[in-house]
Design a protein around this ligand. Sequence first.
Ligand SMILES: Nc1nc2c(c(=O)[nH]1)N[C@H]1C(S)=C(S)[C@@H](COP(=O)(O)O)O[C@H]1N2
Ligand SMILES: [Mo]
Length: 318
Amino acid sequence: MLIKNRPGWAIPESQATPESVFVNRRSFMAGGAGLIAGSALPQLAAAQGADPTLDLYPARKNTAYTLDRPVTDENLAANYNNYYEFGTSKDIVASSRRLVSRPWTITVDGMVEKPFEIGFDDLVRKLPLEERLYRFRCVEAWAMAVPWTGIPLKAFVDFAKPLSSAKYIRFETFLNPRIAPGQSQRWYPWPYTEGLTMAEAGNELPLLVTGIYGKPIPSQHGAPIRLITPWKYGFKSVKSITKISFVAERPKTFWEGLQASEYGFWANVNPKVPHPRWSQASEQVLGTRERQPTQLFNGYAEQVAGLYKGLEGEQLYL
Ligand SMILES: Nc1nc2c(c(=O)[nH]1)N[C@H]1C(S)=C(S)[C@@H](COP(=O)(O)O)O[C@H]1N2
Ligand SMILES: [Mo]
């Protein structure tokens, strides 16, 4: 990663770029709204080139999820991103503007009663949206705290009607190298893929996120819909989802495909289990100069620790 004029909140190269360090090494080798009926608003917005879901924001706040730190400044979060489809630096905002998030179709297939396709604008009005404050922790040891708006994944799973034989849920990002320059780099296992167990998917925490800071989610954060799993390292939180499959076998994830010894399937946050190349004991909070202690399950042990009973033999924290 190349930072010119590194801002104060940026993290020293040595601490902040493990994912890109690995990859670069690899690449070297190889208004008048009151007059209009409510249902016409989205179409009108779309015709004017505005986001057709604007009327859904801000969504109802679910105050059950509280923070132990201030909300990260919106501009910091919006300009320090990991989105390898658009480049390996943190500075991918301009490149990510090439993402075309409308029309957007999501394919739901695999072990479901009936596979289907659904337009994003249809889906987002079928299921309840809510806003939650969550901590967020990247495996690179930087952290933030963000108001996400989304559909609880649990509600989506009920809607999709998986068969009881489904064991995992698998998410896929779009695949289009003409839009995403990173996808022309053939040594990556595109498309970006992630997965959860069905038990994890049924937990209260995971959100299918459609908005951030009370507005529709911008391209660099994974428009129009991405996953957020706040107790896991950030790479689990797959962006710009076009396919959701219910499957019997554990999916092979993007980062596992690149470097399985460093980025595993479970990826639960744990201060006591270091990454093979750096400590996870503390984290750099965006917008501050201090490091904070990392918390087990990123502070969400109460909600998720029970999911891992009986799985102690697995590499739960990598
Ligand atoms: N499709 C896709 N999803 C992705 C990534 C990516 O490169 N491509 N990066 C992941 C990583 S490593 C992190 S830390 C978060 C970053 O989310 P943010 O940029 O919205 O903060 O997105 C995750 N989801
Ligand atoms: Mo990350």
